[in-house]
Ligand binder design. Structure first.
Ligand code: SF4
Length: 323
């Protein structure tokens, strides 16, 4: 008997995998990777518990889910019900190839207000297409019977009846199972973060079919939307400057201040005279020259490089454009 565990690397998924392994069932962890959550935590947790783990990139399909979630968003751009259903659907499609019999997850009844209510869990079951093959070991005793229980592949008495928002039962179970190392709860998904969500919403509004590098760009720098067609991204340190330069696209324009230390500035979208003047002024304002002086700004694009001159201004002036 084999199970696929949709594995985030957090305590709940660690416990779900261990509860099933304790019944002598082989468990393969699956981490679904997108630009919004990195596999680092899952890889570290899987290593510490010797869980075989596959990292599967679902970026493209997942982005479609984000654009148009059937069951809406949480507080930010997190479409948790659709996201879970999508991941479990893919896990279901992997069952045959991985010679596995069912899917498990660390979801806990009532833990999350949007995606883990009884109603949401039922929707996720239905939308995932897993038809009774989705088992939630931490709450199994409080939920509808699944095929692994019905067919006695697993012993339900050895599973749990955890529900609600408190983490104490999981921490108690971890202690009982000798699990001492696990990550702190929360975090991990950029779609739950306010600033990132605002930037993503802005990007999808101006370009409904963005490249993955444009999503990567949302994670760094300061972002200014100066017109519906034009956005400016400004590095905050050397590392971000290098990253912005590396993530620039063919049609983007890059600005720098060659005579003084300053940010890498990227103009994405159409480049009008106003956009160039503003980007050049931003480049100087965020450089070491700051306000009051004029300096050289190097402008590079597909069509070549040229030099313009710009003055630094008070940063406050640009605040109203910040995304
Ligand atoms: S928090 Fe992020 S990864 Fe988790 S279900 Fe919601 S959208 Fe998906």
């Amino acid at each position: 008997m084999r199970a696929l565990c949709v594995f985030s690397g957090g305590l709940d998924s660690i416990l779900a995998a261990e509860l099933i392994r304790a019944q002598g069932i082989y468990v393969l962890g699956i981490f679904f990777e997108t630009p919004f959550f990195s596999s680092m935590r899952a890889v570290k947790s899987a290593e510490s518990m010797s869980l075989p783990l596959k990292v599967v990139d679902i970026s493209r399909g997942h982005l479609e889910v984000i654009k148009n979630p059937r069951y809406g968003y949480g507080k930010n751009m997190n479409p948790c019900i659709d996201c879970h259903a999508y991941m479990f659907r893919i896990a279901g499609e992997m069952l045959e190839k991985e010679k596995a019999d069912f899917v498990i997850t660390g979801e806990v009844l009532g833990q999350r207000p949007m995606s883990q209510t009884r109603k949401s869990l039922l929707i996720i079951d239905r939308e995932s297409g897993l038809d009774g093959l989705l088992l939630r070991p931490l709450s199994a005793k409080c939920l509808t019977e699944t095929i692994p229980q019905e067919k006695k592949w697993i012993n339900i008495d050895l599973l749990m009846d955890i529900k609600g928002r408190s983490r104490k039962p999981q921490m108690g179970l971890a202690r009982k199972m000798g699990i001492t190392e696990y990550p702190a709860p929360g975090g991990g998904c950029l779609l739950t973060e306010t600033v990132f969500s605002r930037r993503l919403k802005d990007l999808l509004y101006s370009n409904p079919d963005p490249e993955l590098r444009e999503i990567e760009l949302l994670k760094i720098g300061r972002h200014f939307r100066i017109s519906p067609e034009t956005k400016i991204v400004v590095g905050r340190d050397e590392k971000e400057n290098d990253a912005i330069t590396g993530l620039s696209g063919k049609k983007d324009t890059l600005l720098s201040t060659p005579s003084i230390p300053g940010p890498a500035v990227l103009i994405s979208g159409s480049i009008s005279r106003r956009a160039l003047d503003m980007a050049a002024s931003i480049a100087v304002s965020y450089s070491d020259l700051k306000t009051g002086g004029e300096t050289k700004v190097c402008v590079s694009s597909e069509s070549g490089s040229r030099t313009v001159y710009a003055e630094g201004r008070e940063k406050e002036v640009f605040k109203c454009y910040m995304i």
